[in-house]
Design a binder for this molecule. Structure first.
Ligand SMILES: [Zn+2]
Length: 509
């Protein structure tokens, strides 16, 4: 590929609203461009990266026997009405009508559509288990899209759905998918943790999140220093000594058609964990509210105006049933092994669920078991954010100059820069190296633009190809330079050693 013929519109100006590196550099490096709020175009370099991640994801999934499908982009609302999610999902679900006034949704997820595909087609235990997935653009109408690809409204996601005749079969597939997601993240060269998670709006029994470790991640992950235990702070538990020292946190709990004041009792040194607290009172959301004055703790408990929720660390103090609503802290004791827990930051890239028969019973998707008895299909669902992974890569790898790609998903392995396009000897040597790389099947770009050298090296740093070869003024001494993008280290190479160097770096010994 020649740079002069490529569509890589780099820019010095970061987007005005960019606060995270991936947003800044993916736009500046010409990978993506914004076309509306939370909606991004993938340009050629971005598309290559996206496709390479998709390929790895599909390869690993196909090894397990999962099969790729591609469902209609638009889902009839009738399916979402069957599961009752049409009413429940909130404004994130984009609803619209066609010319005949029929209701449709643009799906953020495809449980209903996938159950509809399978029901009446898979009718016997003999056809189970079955795992179907798609890699497809989804839409979720976020209230405040931000952070570029990390929280867009449109995103490319792999979503998979498995169907089973028994819970045991589901558990096997769930474990297989966990291992498959680990294999995918290992191949991408990312550091991650698998954590227990809150199941949120998808529902179901058990779920796990895949969190890529990133210092500016949006989620707090609790993990054990000694054993495998890991959980999102929203779901994390620990062993805590019973406390006698309590404080109260007062919140307004919002429900579908009502609200009430809830008083949470927690230990003096603890913080209320909002997701746990919201679940404990089965509310849609909790809001801050001023603490009523002149009320003792006993007054709250005695009053019928307030609902009181006691954290389990205080269960010996109050004669009320208790809930786990405190946030786990660094240094808490691991419930699994007794060692210390720690907290780190991460970004969620995948989420897998043991769903059970929540959707199959709602949509009446049944099969006949060995005894000819009709039963609901048992389901699992498995999501992995592909466009999100593009951004996460740069949250982890980028530096103050721009993007940095590892050699696994780099859009191009090598950038050959002709320092001065007017010097025929530079053009010849660079073109020779370029052709050699092409012959070896290396993905390579030749920067043959009529631009200053400083501009070209700036683009190299911004785009983040793993290596550059600079053919410049030292050529008269038989020397060219190799630049490692990750370390920004420059190494002089004798022209007659270039073959050896390329071989060492790109096509092995
Ligand atoms: Zn442990």
């Amino acid at each position: 590929m020649k740079f002069s013929k490529s569509f890589i519109p780099t820019t010095k100006q970061p987007p005005k609203d960019a606060v995270v590196n991936s947003h800044k550099y993916l736009v500046q490096g010409g990978f993506v461009s914004q076309t509306g709020s939370g909606i991004y175009n993938f340009l050629p370099m971005g598309k290559i990266v996206l496709d390479q991640i998709s390929t790895i994801v599909k390869e690993e999934l196909n090894k397990t026997g999962a099969q790729e499908v591609d469902l209609g982009m638009v889902t009839p609302a009738s399916l979402w009405k069957e599961s009752a999610r049409y009413e429940k999902y909130g404004k994130e679900l984009l609803r619209f009508k066609d010319r005949k006034s029929n209701d449709f949704v643009l799906g953020p997820t495809y449980e209903e559509a996938m159950v509809d595909l399978v029901r009446n087609r898979v009718t016997s235990y003999k056809n189970l288990p079955l795992n179907l997935y798609q890699v497809k653009t989804k839409f979720r109408d976020e209230l405040r899209p931000r952070f570029g690809l990390l929280r867009g409204r449109e995103f490319l996601m792999k979503d998979g759905y498995s169907f089973h005749s028994s819970e045991e079969s589901l558990k096997e597939e769930f474990a297989l998918m966990e291992q498959t997601y680990k294999n995918i993240l290992d191949r991408l060269g990312l550091e991650y943790r698998v954590v227990e998670a809150d199941s949120g709006s998808i529902g179901g029994n058990s779920s796990k999140e895949f969190m890529v470790l990133a210092s500016n991640g949006e989620d707090d992950i609790v993990y054990c220093e000694a054993c495998e235990y890991g959980a999102n702070i929203e779901a994390a538990v620990s062993s805590v000594d019973n406390s006698t020292n309590s404080k109260i946190v007062v919140k307004k709990a919002l429900y579908e058609d009502s609200s009430k004041i809830v008083v949470f009792f927690i230990s003096q040194d603890d913080e209320l964990q909002l997701t746990k607290a919201t679940k404990a009172v089965d509310a849609l959301e909790l809001f801050d509210i001023d603490t009523p004055q002149d009320m003792t703790k006993q007054d709250f408990i005695d009053s019928s105006e307030y609902e009181c929720i006691i954290d389990s660390s205080l269960e010996n103090e109050f004669a009320l049933s208790s809930y786990d609503v405190r946030a786990v802290q660094v240094g808490d004791t691991c419930k699994c092994c007794g060692n210390k827990l720690n907290i780190t930051k991460g970004i969620e890239v995948g989420h897998i669920f043991e769903l059970g028969d929540k959707y199959s019973s709602a949509l009446n998707a049944t099969f006949l078991d060995e005894n000819g008895k009709s039963k609901n299909l048992i389901m699992g669902t498995y999501g992995l954010g592909i466009s999100r992974l593009v951004a996460v890569m740069q949250e982890v790898l980028s530096d103050e100059k721009g993007c940095v790609w590892n050699n696994i998903i780099a859009p191009c392995q090598l950038d050959i820069i002709i320092s001065d396009i007017k010097k025929p000897d530079q053009v010849k040597v660079a073109t020779d190296i370029y052709n050699k790389c092409l012959e070896k099947g290396l993905s390579v770009i030749l920067d043959d633009r009529k631009e200053r050298f400083g501009f070209k090296i700036g683009d190299f740093e911004l785009i983040g190809f793993p290596y550059a070869i600079i053919v410049g003024r030292n050529l008269s001494d038989g020397i060219i330079q190799l630049v490692d993008r990750k370390t920004l280290q420059k190494t002089d190479i004798q022209l007659d050693e270039i073959d050896e160097k390329l071989k060492e770096l790109f096509w092995g010994s």
